[in-house]
Design a protein. Structure first.
Length: 351
């Protein structure tokens, strides 16, 4: 390890999307930050204009296009990369990582490893062996042991406006949690802790499904009663599915679960909400996704979680019906009619 004390070292952020940029700016209130973007042109542009995606870049943020420079300069790294590119990014970063590094990711998606010749379309069911959280990908692809995740109701636009907000740092290591708190906490940004890393990661992924459904309800013109029903039933579905995938019920009832769920289900700023809203207005999924500047993680999540629900025999009505809307030509209205007719008797039966 270099002689520089870790409190003098910059903190690394990988990914200059909306969320990565905002987290870099929050970290820059306390420390110098290296922000990585893989596109050299973007690195130059942000360095010159000190602006990205409508966000001014804090003076303590320096751009880099080199993962090697980032890993050598920073002991603590925050990867903020969509799940579809996460494993590839880790494979590129891995040669430069050491056991002393701490990685705290902010990605709300799953990684899947499929048998040779299979695709997400062709495979019928998925078990937990094939479905990985990002912390598991980090452990599989690198020598890093101290891993955490950043979760909770983190709408980039509100955070960039310094509105009050909170996040959860989850890790099996108290040191990772304390490091994350020290780096991120400001007078406007509260940081909670959770030791159920997998549960918190799964909660952050699953709520994106319910957010798409919430956008669809709004797109159909329904009001708060319908949304209250959806959010409460969605929370129950998250608990069932989350437990099947290895999370603890408590993770789904905190800031990273219910907190994030309520925020995303009520926000037209959420990409997943937007997908649902536009679907309900009659747009085709392909056109919506081509038109979006950033990934709506929930679309791929629905594909994966539907196949996990089939494998574990979990009744996940919202997920199953959204799957039919996205990939089997069911209309949003037909899906809603089905959900309203389904004979559910118990309200809460998991506590």
């Amino acid at each position: 390890m270099t002689s520089k004390s870790s409190s003098d070292k910059p903190v690394g952020v990988i990914g200059a999307g909306n969320f990565g940029t905002v987290i870099a700016n929050i970290l820059a209130l306390n420390r110098n930050v290296l922000l990585y973007a893989r596109n050299e042109e973007l690195v130059r542009k942000i360095s010159q204009t000190r602006e990205n995606r409508g966000h001014s870049i804090h003076k303590n943020v320096t751009m880099t296009g080199s993962l090697e420079e980032l890993a050598q300069s920073c002991d603590v790294i925050f990867p903020m990369v969509p799940s579809a590119h996460f494993r590839e990014m880790m494979q590129k970063l891995s040669p430069f990582l050491h056991p002393y590094h701490i990685l705290i990711h902010g990605t709300k998606g799953f990684d899947i490893t499929l048998p040779k010749g299979e695709s997400i379309e062709s495979v019928k069911k998925l078990s937990r062996k094939e479905v990985k959280t990002m912390s598991e990908v980090i452990r599989e692809e690198s020598v890093v042991v101290r891993v955490g995740c950043l979760a909770g109701p983190n709408l980039a636009k509100e955070l960039s406006q310094r509105q009050p907000g909170a996040t959860v740092i989850a890790s099996h290591f108290q040191e990772v949690i304390q490091t994350g708190k020290r780096l991120l906490r400001t007078e406007r940004f509260q940081v909670y802790e959770n030791s159920d890393l997998v549960g918190v990661e799964i909660a952050g992924v699953l709520k994106n499904i319910i957010a798409i459904a919430s956008g669809a309800l709004s797109g159909l013109g329904y009001g708060e009663n319908a949304k209250g029903l959806l959010v409460s039933r969605g929370a129950v579905e998250m608990v069932y599915m989350g437990r099947a995938l290895g999370g603890d019920t408590k993770a789904f009832l905190g800031v990273a679960g219910i907190g994030d769920l309520v925020t995303t289900c009520n926000s037209p700023m959420s990409r997943n909400f937007t997908v649902g809203y536009r679907l309900a207005k009659g747009e085709k999924l392909k056109d919506i996704l081509e038109d979006m500047h950033e990934v709506a993680e929930g679309v791929n999540t629905i594909r994966i979680v539907k196949k996990c629900a089939d494998y574990y025999n979990v009744r996940a009505l919202i997920t199953e019906n959204l799957y039919k809307v996205l990939f089997e030509d069911l209309t949003v209205q037909e899906a809603l009619d089905y959900l309203m007719r389904y004979p559910l008797n118990m309200d809460i039966d998991f506590l």
